[in-house]
Design a protein around this ligand. Sequence first.
Ligand SMILES: C[S@@+](CC[C@H](N)C(=O)[O-])C[C@H]1O[C@@H](n2cnc3c(N)ncnc32)[C@H](O)[C@@H]1O
Length: 259
Amino acid sequence: MPIAAAAGTQLRGGMAMVDKALGQGGRKSDKDLKIRVKTAKKRTVSSTKWLERQLNDPYVARARAEGYRSRAAFKIKEMDEKHKLFHKGTRVVDLGAAPGGWSQVAAKAVGSTDANPLVVGIDYLDMDPIPGVILLKKDFTEDDAPQMLIDAMGGKKADLVMSDMAWPTTGHRPTDHLRIVQLVEIAADFALDVLAPGGAFVAKVFQGGTEHELLHMLKRHFRSTFHAKPPSSRSDSAEAYLIAKGFKGRPEDSEDDSD
Ligand SMILES: C[S@@+](CC[C@H](N)C(=O)[O-])C[C@H]1O[C@@H](n2cnc3c(N)ncnc32)[C@H](O)[C@@H]1O
């Protein structure tokens, strides 16, 4: 199963061999799953479990019903409802955008149109076009990616940089953690370069992490910095979001952010 499956599940795709077994009461454990998936020759136990969870996930059903490409769309929606991230006219950069749920939510919330696009998304995966969103197919960690994003914004400053990026996991927790911290640091550095004063930064991190330096750096540059775990982020996932609001601006001479 691709890494995007963890939080940004693409909702189009083949039908599963399902066995409708009605569970009693709420969905609390595997025992209570309403739809059971039979193991198939080519399917591993973990992908069977993943498929079963997808088929029983109310957010997956809602995403399909409301036309979102991923259940992840609800994470940014819920964070916006609570922390007021989008306003009409907000310029947004979406890092790790595929399959496009966050960009869809952003475009609608800020009033972005093809004639006046306010949202730019980047991912190394292919994405179908989204009305009002400029999509770049590119690895964000490549040297020329930041400039490509700035060019796509017509050289204008952004009001919100949001990152749902995560590398494919290796299964070795400390390694995976270091890799995500590095990704968030690159995203944060980019945010400091492109945000307009008052702007905000949202990034996926993993709980129990060691992003202290990053947090310290963000605290110096933003008026408020905090963690969020939106209800649609699975409780059994270590995923959380770091939100920094009220960008103070980056002094021209502040080259060294390490303190
Ligand atoms: C959880 S998914 C994002 C889901 C998305 N927010 C949505 O609502 O549809 C994470 C995405 O980050 C992308 N990604 C990870 N590392 C990246 C990188 N270095 N450059 C660009 N995209 C990256 C992956 O390809 C994947 O599509």
